[in-house]
Design a protein around this ligand. Structure first.
Ligand code: SF4
Length: 575
């Protein structure tokens, strides 16, 4: 008797239950010989079948594969996954299924055993969510909104804001956003300047712009109706990727589609002991398949939010609270920790009774590689494995706060607008130039830039005051901060296009980045003739700006004013 292993049995997509089959052999589909046999383990279950494949029979499987490959040159280089298989003929289907089996060896250890296990997982997670979920403004708004487009808009805004940003930070921004633009139509008619202004300080500024472009598209091209499925949301709306599309479709429209964000990655990697690089394409595909398998068709939106909530509040990166976890009984990472502790306390070899994969063989693509063994001190935080990230590129910019202390109506500072595309697109900043870390060229280039906006300036008044560093997602940008106060000068009244002279109060509510606010703090604290705590410094920021939100504090932590030892030398070059 032969057992044909469908590709699903060795990928994550299907719930497998082979306990009731009793074959004596396992074969490759479409083998040139008809059946390349693999001895069947005595006890038929997913783990034993997989172990049989991964041990001695692997040679036989390779043999099968080699024969097949001989007739399909070049196909060897094509790495396929289950989601990529698009055969055009039954023969092609079988052949590709076999290739997937060979290239995607995923042990059932990383899968959910059967529908019963999936059902228990859903029930435990949703019961916990119903008891413990946080009261968040976007949840309140979505739950109470009967109009589907308004509900989708409420979810859409929150999901975009929450990307790369903590909940505590988003709450205030979300509340102000929805007060200002309660509907898609309101947002569609806003100006980009207004959007940037409200988004200021939230970071990743293209998100706000893309959100507004999406609203305009819905209003102008889609009759005011948000697409209902994840596929059409991703296809039609700018800035809406796979995650956001799935979140909107499941939460607002009840589509049974799973989602994977950073929290879900962590939960799934721990629950299924996935130690391979979670940033790899292969692991990512497996995680999306797992999420799709798990999502509850009766409550997809709640299930997805519950999985994310679990990662955010219980299964946290550093200090997971396993004792309070609703899915602890199904968590392989937790089982592994208990096993390791037992082995360590009894000085015993590994327990044969505890199910495990074959992490030391290096053959399972979802296990950590043998070069990265279990770290006892990390516990469940051995999962997920962090991919090594390239350090951000280092760049330097020279920027200057140009002030007219005696301008009509009070002191004013010069802001210029950034280009409409690229980093910080459309935001306002102090005149800046890309610069080498030091030297005369930096000052001269900056002075030319200033004069291009404000006309002739007294070069000797240009003072180097310090520096701040800000790390964007891929760039570490160090700003050399200069100041130039036009004391005793005839006020500059000409304002070229793309420039504005703002009061301090206007500056603090303008569409400027957090980086520019830190630059301004250096100017306020360091410029000659001022000192921290002076009356002028105390009134420089409105009260709402003086106490940053927790999230703002996190962003601000990127900044550490430094005062290089060569400040005096930088300044002396101008004398
Ligand atoms: S038992 Fe611990 S590691 Fe496993 S999912 Fe729960 S919190 Fe995370």
């Amino acid at each position: 008797m032969l057992l044909d292993i469908p590709k699903e049995a060795l990928s994550t997509h299907a719930v497998t239950d082979y306990a009731n089959v009793g074959p004596s052999e396992v074969t490759c589909r479409n083998s040139p010989t008809g059946h390349t046999s693999v001895p069947q383990p005595a006890k038929s279950n997913p783990m034993s079948i997989w172990r049989a494949i991964m041990k001695k029979p692997r040679t036989a499987v390779r043999s099968c594969h080699q024969k097949q490959a001989s007739g399909h040159e070049g196909r060897e280089k094509q790495v396929l996954s289950s989601s990529q298989v698009k055969p055009s003929t039954p023969d092609g289907l079988a052949r590709r299924q076999k290739e997937v089996v060979l290239r995607d060896p995923v042990s059932p250890y990383h899968l959910f055993r059967d529908t019963a296990e999936v059902t228990v997982f859903r029930e435990n997670l949703l019961s916990w969510y119903d008891r413990e979920k946080r009261d968040l403004p976007w949840r309140r708004r979505a739950e109470g909104e009967v109009d589907p487009d308004r509900r989708a808009y409420a979810v859409w805004v929150s999901e975009v804001m929450l990307q790369q940003t903590q909940v505590a930070t988003v709450i205030d921004y979300y509340t102000r956003w929805m007060q200002k633009w309660p509907t898609l139509q309101d947002l569609a008619s806003a100006s980009l300047e207004e959007v940037n202004q409200l988004w200021a300080g939230l970071g990743y500024y293209s998100r706000g712009r893309r959100l507004q472009e999406g609203a305009q598209k819905v209003v102008e091209e889609l009759g005011g109706h948000v697409p209902h499925t994840a596929e059409t949301l991703q296809k039609l709306l700018p800035g809406v990727g796979r995650y956001t599309a799935g979140a909107i479709a499941s939460i607002a429209f009840g589509q049974a589609t799973g989602v994977v964000d950073g929290n879900v990655v962590r939960v799934l990697c721990r629950v299924r002991a996935i130690g391979a690089d979670s940033g790899s394409t292969f692991v990512s595909q497996q995680l999306w398949s797992l999420a799709q398998q798990l999502v509850d068709p009766a409550r997809p939106g709640d299930f997805n939010q519950a999985a994310m909530e679990l990662g955010a509040t219980v299964c946290t990166p550093q200090h997971p609270r396993c004792s309070q976890c609703p899915v602890q009984s199904m968590c392989r990472a937790h089982q592994r920790v208990e096993r390791e502790q037992l082995v360590a306390s009894q000085s015993l070899p590994g327990s044969p009774d505890v199910e495990e994969c074959a992490p030391s063989t290096g053959q399972c693509q979802l296990c950590a590689p043998p070069t990265e063994p279990w770290d006892q001190t990390l516990g469940v935080a051995n999962f997920p494995r962090k991919a090594s990230r390239r350090p951000p590129r280092e760049e330097c910019s020279a920027t200057c706060v140009l002030e007219q202390p005696r301008a009509l109506g009070g002191a004013r500072i010069l802001l210029v607008q950034r280009p409409k595309s690229g980093l910080l697109a459309g935001l306002w900043e102090f005149p800046s130039v890309t610069a080498e870390p030091s030297g005369q060229c930096q000052r001269e280039a900056l002075l030319r830039e200033l004069q291009s906006w404000a006309g002739p300036l007294p070069a000797t008044h240009l003072q180097h005051l310090g520096q701040v560093a800000h790390t964007f997602s891929h760039i570490k940008l160090t700003y050399q901060v200069y100041g130039l106060a036009l004391e005793g000068q005839i006020p500059v009244t000409i304002t070229p296009p793309g420039a504005r002279w703002l009061t301090r109060e206007e500056f603090h509510t303008a569409a400027v980045s957090t980086a520019m606010k830190k630059v301004f703090r250096v100017y306020e604290g360091q410029r000659p003739g001022t000192c921290k705590g002076s009356k002028r410094s105390q009134v420089s920021a409105p009260s709402t700006q003086r106490k940053p939100s927790p999230g703002q504090q996190v962003l601000d932590s990127f900044f550490r004013p430094h005062h290089p030892t060569d400040v005096s030398s930088l300044n002396s070059m101008a004398q």
